[in-house]
Design a binder for this molecule. Sequence first.
Ligand code: ZN
Length: 176
Amino acid sequence: MTVKPLIILPDPVLRQVSKPVERIDAPLRKFAADMLDTMYDAPGIGLAAIQVGEPLRLLVIDLAKEGEPRAPQVFVNPEIVARSDDRSVYEEGCLSIPDYYAEVERPAAVTVTYSDLEGARREMKAEGLMATCLQHEIDHLNGVLFIDHISKLKRDMVVKKFRKLARDKAPARMLG
Ligand code: ZN
């Protein structure tokens, strides 16, 4: 089991646009397993590779509730190919923006194509929490965060708070 350190706001790495996965091989499967370990350890229900510092179009999701058997899903090179006109609001959070939650409105349903870890191209029609989660994680692959979908006033407040936290956490420089 390998738990990787999470990249936290305002780290500019989170704004990188991730590159397509070119080879689905043993190292990629190991990396996806590490991402799942990291997500379960946090704990969270979704994680994009960039959140552990790898700019790859790869994400993991597990929506199983506490007490239910795990249901890990890995999405390689996911793409949203259709969005519903009706929208829904969900209170979102993000492992890269700890302890901050805000309501975000998005299309209520999406169709996503992706490759699985065997390299087969698949399609998923998602609604509810899965639709929200897929859109949130695919945003990460494009350098977009859920706070980009809230008001600028609220976003500026969050970014300011995390900048201050990062400053306070930075180790004091040794003199002499
Ligand atoms: Zn996130």
